[in-house]
Design a binder for this molecule. Structure first.
Ligand code: CP
Length: 326
């Protein structure tokens, strides 16, 4: 699984007689990072939390291409660039771009790479970021591709887990809700492989963890248990309770969405017997998976988690561009 990225490696590739400089620093999947990469990024995120305003991107232009809606990911990446002294171009609605006239993703990436040093992209198609990284002359950061991966979310999740638990090793993580389409749980599961986790998967049959991720756990000796019931027994054995939204936009049958959308809701009373160190995480946006009465519980951590996204993404941008943080 761990294809380590070498930020210094550049390949020259022949293309129609021209030599293109291909950059291998893209972050497409969390498996692009080794354990050492992850630990070093967490340390860099800590440095950015101490001081997020540093002039490390002076003279750099970063493009954010969001073919799918976003609040946190786009705004935290853009805040990260602004606080590092770089400039931002891009779009948050592809309907305002020439892709609405039929321009391909290939041509859009080639055009934007003429203007920017780094492309951060979100796309509804699984594999879109990998595809772009294969020909883009500038690095690509995957800000979410369909139901596949969301690696920058995983870095902020890991930073949040580390901050709240004081460690990443030997934790019990309970993932609840849409484990089929929720790309954040897929990326987090793969990253935790380095840290000897135990997983509980709470989902209905329609939204259970896909077989490929359970096969990944089997292959690497990661313990997991599957439940339909969101019981207090499961909650009370948990260190990290990772709630997820049912991803309406991924359903082809809206009646099926209606059937499953309200199956799992965390209420404050359900946390009464939980461990002192338990923290509730959610990548957000929330619809109705977490009652508002949980928000004032000190174990609710989802808004701080989103704030940690700024620091984690500052660290990722610097790593991908080969900029030393300290
Ligand atoms: N967590 C997350 O990806 O949120 P947005 O969709 O608002 O970017």
């Amino acid at each position: 699984m761990s294809k380590h990225i070498d930020l210094k490696v550049e390949q020259k590739k022949q293309n129609n007689g021209k030599t293109l400089i291909m950059n291998n620093a893209s972050l497409v999947s969390i498996s692009d990072f080794s354990k050492e990469d992850i630990l070093s990024l967490l340390e860099d995120a800590r440095c950015f939390e101490e001081n997020p305003n540093r002039d490390l991107l002076a003279g750099k232009v970063v493009a954010t291409l969001f073919f799918e809606p976003s609040t946190r990911t786009r705004l935290s990446f853009e805040t990260a660039v602004n606080r590092l002294g770089g400039r931002i171009i891009g779009f948050s609605d592809a309907n305002t771009t020439s892709s609405s006239k039929g321009e391909t993703l290939h041509d859009t990436i080639m055009m934007v790479s003429n203007y920017a040093d780094l492309i951060i992209m979100r796309h509804h198609l699984e594999g879109a970021a990998r595809y772009a990284s294969e020909f883009s002359p500038v690095p690509i950061i995957n800000a979410g591709d369909g139901a596949n991966q969301h690696p920058s979310q995983t870095m902020l999740d890991l930073y949040s887990i580390y901050k709240t638990q004081g460690k990443l090793d030997d934790l019990t993580i309970t993932m609840v809700g849409d484990l089929k389409y929720g790309r954040t749980v897929h990326s987090l599961l793969m990253a935790m492989y380095y840290f000897h986790p135990k997983f509980n998967f709470v989902a209905c049959d329609e939204l259970r963890m896909p077989d490929e991720y359970k096969a990944f756990c089997d292959k690497h000796g990661i313990e997991y248990h599957e439940y339909h019931e969101f019981s207090e027994d499961v909650i009370n054995s948990t260190d990290i309770l990772y709630m997820t939204r049912v991803q309406r936009e991924r359903f082809t049958d809206i009646m099926e969405y209606e059937r499953v959308k309200n199956l799992y809701t965390l209420k404050n009373s359900m946390l009464c017997g939980s461990k002192e160190n338990l923290r509730v995480l959610h990548p957000l946006p929330r619809v109705n998976e977490i009652s508002y009465d949980v928000d004032n519980n000190p174990k609710a951590y989802y808004f701080q988690q989103a704030r940690n996204g700024l620091y984690a993404r500052q660290a990722i941008i610097c790593k991908v561009l080969g900029i030393k943080v300290k």
